[in-house]
Design a protein around this ligand. Sequence first.
Ligand code: S3P
Length: 182
Amino acid sequence: MASGQEPRRIVLVGFMGCGKSTVGAALAARLGWGFRDLDRWIEERHGMTVAEIFRRRGEAFFREEERRAARAAARLRRCVVAAGGGAFAFEATRETLRAGALTVWLRCPESALWRRLPRDGSRPLAADRGRMRRLLGEREPSYRLADLAVDSSRAAPDEVARRIAEAAFERAPRARRTTKKR
Ligand code: S3P
């Protein structure tokens, strides 16, 4: 996104467990914007959890649905979007997510991600640490394509949200006036 322009959306990307959903909800509340979680949108459309979709329909089907979810989110204005951890690694989905949006990578070291991830089968691609580490290495170059990177490993979600709001509206001074004060 060109700097100085007001973003229509703020899209949070980053690996599973980096806090996209919690930080996203906190950021939306702070800005008085809407919030869309792409995984939840897909789950609601299919009446199945993401893990069930992977199991019953396979990953390729899920990625198609993820692309569709990104296209639907691209119509939203004044909305914070939490993308799934793989979304930005697929070029077509990434380009859809980037259009008109400020994209933010929630960066988190591997050890913190591993600590945070629930071992309940809800993240089929992070079932073991070796696989998770490999995937993280493969995906980091795509996360680096985001407009901003914010460390989400130490601060509370609300503080991470505050930093994003500050950075986002520093880049777009006109938009700052529409930010809710807390
Ligand atoms: C995935 C991340 C998950 C979910 C699916 C695939 C991935 O989202 O989209 O399990 O490929 O990294 P979260 O990052 O919200 O856990």
